[in-house]
Design a protein around this ligand. Sequence first.
Ligand code: MLC
Ligand code: AMP
Length: 484
Amino acid sequence: MIQIFQKSLPYADKTAIISEGQAYTFAELHQASANFAQLLLDESADLAEARVAFMVNPGFDYVRVQWGIWQAGGIVVPLCLSYPLPSLRYTIENSGASIIVVSPEFEETLTGLADELACRLIVLGKNDQAQTVKKLPDVVDSRGAMILYTSGTTNLPKGVVSTHGNLNAQISSLIEAWKWTTNDSTVCVLPLHHVHGVVNVVSCSLWAGASCTFMPNFSEKGIYELIETQKINVFMAVPTIYFKLITYWESLTTEKQIVLTNALAKLRLMISGSAALPVSVMERWKTISTHLLLERYGMTEIGMALSNPFEGPRVAGHVGYPLPGVSARLSEEGEIQIKGPTVFKEYWNKPDATAESFTEDGWFMTGDIAAVDEIGGYRILGRNSVDIIKSGGYKISALEIEEVLRQYPGISDCSVVGLPNDEWGELVAAAIVTKSPVDEKALSTWMREQMPAYKTPRKYAVLTELPRNAMGKVTKKDVVNLIQ
Ligand code: MLC
Ligand code: AMP
């Protein structure tokens, strides 16, 4: 039996999930996910690490499908709901998924692709009744559990394979560090194709027997309503979301501000991560909410690695100390390197990239540069690649965007950079060199058809040539200065 299922068994009668205004108990989740596993097993006794891609709305359906795939022995490949077709195709093809599961509204989007790739297509609520009842396979911890796609220093995203053992280690480390209990309740406002939403929010709450409310579309008002009515006591988000919550709070009347500040003060824990938390945001949030945000550091490949303490001083600008079960060190160049059971198994079908991301003695090289203070606390200083951008908490590859831009008629060369931005952390911007006039609006529309909106440039600058160093390499620092 998969561990998250087992861990939550004692809480059968408690509310596990609230989605679309409806509450579901753990017993209902156990039953519905086991039924879904049976459906997946119609054609075999064990999915045996077959990849199941799913484009399912956040909520009860998402979790029953995820747990069902795990119980049937498959690997979950969650798809981003805002991906245009080329990105969906890439993820499905690259993972070699043989089954695709969709919420009804995504049936039309994926039917053609499922046919073309000879994938079994399951539409929730339509053809999702199992024909037989089989014994569920024994899923050992060393088996693959999840593939999440992450952008890196290569132009196309890589699939990060985490085993059940990895996920169990990632979840149990956070349960211990942040003292999750069955009395907790949280809300998931984050996308469910990334580790922050999938592991930290949804999996941790369910493993602990706590409840998770889903808010598929981010809404400041919706979050404050949950807080004001004391429906949640734990909240996790990226710095951009705290920035947005601050802006919203500041737009309210003094009376309402006081009500919300009092309600915020009742929360047990508020956490920020996925991108650097500006000290200004941390300080402003302290005055609004009374909470000193707990900042932590993680990565798709390793789950969470470093965290400020739950009890004890939280330091602005610091990401804290290694979490339980995690070993961390700095290389001579200051790179954070991580070892332990939370570290992923491999990049899907990329043995060379996998090997290149580990040191000879088996430490994962994060690419993030940090310094350690005298009592062992880490402070992130930057990244060792200029081609990685973090915007709204999303990791974005400049090279991936450049590759797409170069295909646009009229563009002869380009360089994509991140511009420092208070709200988004970094804003994606592109310098383009054109051989014929390019209409920026048309380019922007076209880009949004090629990749999700969060990856597309927000600002373009037409240059006669790109700044280069003596070796002919584009100097991105100069590009930033020229665009700003
Ligand atoms: C969206 N918009 C952006 C943008 N993203 N503008 C600039 N930069 C960006 N990055 C624009 C949209 O195009 C749109 O404008 C408007 O903002 C609203 O878009 P949206 O998609 O509706 O945005 P919103 O719902 O407000 O989303 C903001 C957000 C979202 C902060 C909720 O970005 C988000 O969920 N981020 C979290 C990502 C995440 O989970 N990262 C964790 C990765 S795991 P227009 O013009 O189109 O109307 C990881 C490891 C770890 O990092 O340590 O956790
Ligand atoms: P992802 O590949 O989407 O999982 O993003 C992981 C990256 O997010 C890390 O390599 C860091 O660069 C960044 N990151 C996560 N948490 C923090 C943090 N608290 N401060 C600074 N950067 C962070």
